[in-house]
Design a protein around this ligand. Sequence first.
Ligand code: FPP
Length: 257
Amino acid sequence: MRKLFKKTQSAWEPEKLPRHIAIVMDGNGRWAKKRSLPRTAGHAAGAETFRRIATYCKNIGIEYLTVYAFSTENWKRPPEEVEKIMQLLEKYIIEALGKMERDKVKMKFLGDVTVLSPKLKELVAEAEELSKTFDGVQVNVCLNYGSRDEIIRAVKSYAAEQIIESNANTESTKKMEETIGSLTEEKFSKYLYTADIPDPDLIIRPSGEHRVSNFLLWQSAYSEYYFTDALWPDFNEKELDKAIIAYQSRERRYGAI
Ligand code: FPP
């Protein structure tokens, strides 16, 4: 009898890897609940998954990895949960500082970090400063990040810069209109947290949720989305492979035909 083989693609093509992968690290709470553990245990497991996936991205040659660690809305969570996430971030940065030189990992934090604890702010600044010239994978951690907030901030800093440059006292309405009229998508992108970072090619959301949740609204205009039911702490290298294979099967047309 002829054997029937299911046709599956088992590997992605190295020459068609996404340059930039972004991930909403979702499902930590449900992962913990399933095990009768506190939600904070889910975040601790999620932080380990992040470490593992960042290493894998570095090893396979992904240039940028962006993760959603804490949103501008996450402050609404119970204080002990917020505290635990901040502690995990501190722990992660301290460990990363020790090995980023060896691994040449460049770290960036996207979001309003001014409101973080003095210790975390210091660690964030140190990690960015120490790694700013490294050319391995660039890991962007979205921390106190909200995409609408990012866009409003960008509009404000653009306007503030124009006013400073043009000496507000002598500026005519006509000149101001010209300045505003000359704003382009490319120029505007430079005022976002992601200035100088290419838009994500692939955005992954685990845990069965199919929402954008205020993540990279501007930058995701032409990103490919991949959803999986796996909860973030269960996400692993195989899951990322599947996401990359799905990405490689898509035809990216950027609005053309
Ligand atoms: C969303 O899952 C997850 C978060 C809001 C926190 C993510 C934080 C970490 C993984 C730890 C720190 C990060 C780093 C980079 C070291 P959820 O809690 O909403 O899960 P649920 O939907 O199942 O409740």
